[in-house]
Design a protein around this ligand. Sequence first.
Ligand SMILES: [Zn+2]
Length: 96
Amino acid sequence: MRDNYTCQYCGTKFHAKQLTLDHVVPASHNGPKNWTNVVSACRDCNQRKANRTPRTANMPLLTEPRAPSWLPTLELEISADHVPPDWAPYLRLKTG
Ligand SMILES: [Zn+2]
């Protein structure tokens, strides 16, 4: 939602299900899992960038990732069991 469903590398708009979470600085390079190190990327760009930083991959980001001033208020109709583990830090999960 923050990235308007747009791949932050090629600028193409996708359906949410076609997008992946890309770590700007890869986790294997000690990149943190937070708003400023995670962007929406399409599968092609994510694969092309692979385990590199935008600089070494020569794939600059279209916009600087920031924490949104709002938080999504969607009522997600999925249980905590089905939330992809990567999403958990960005959601306030309802329990029970
Ligand atoms: Zn892309």
